[in-house]
Design a protein around this ligand. Sequence first.
Ligand code: ZN
Length: 161
Amino acid sequence: MAIRRIFTDNAPCLYKVCRPVEKFDKRLSELIDDMAETMYDAEGVGLAAPQIGILRRVAVIDCGDGLIELINPKIIETSGEEGDLEGCLSFPERTGYVVRPSVVKLQAYDRNGDLFEYTGEGLVARAMLHECDHLDGHVYLEKVTEPPEGFEDAMDDEDDI
Ligand code: ZN
């Protein structure tokens, strides 16, 4: 395993639509292992392949409940709405208030090529949406809005995804 370089700010790889994974081979497993190690090393809770310069539809998430590996993820259902501060490993030292659905159901493949469904709530749902945006060349800064009055008081620690 190896820690990869995380691209930041205006790096072109952050703004490209990623291609689906077609081969579920050893190389893919190595990429996922490297992404998890890179995410943990950077103390983030999510990382998408384009953030390390790989334009493939792969993401990893760990919001404290264990590693979730997403290959070719597709959002199939969302509900609710929640605003919170969001950060990103590709935009260090910054956060912004983003409103997103609070429950997200997606479909994805695991590293063996098996399809599964996963439903996340709260921060996990936020991370799933944030990573899926990365795979389409979008970054959270496009979605930042003004927090509602009084939000500062309820502020949690932000997590980079
Ligand atoms: Zn991010």
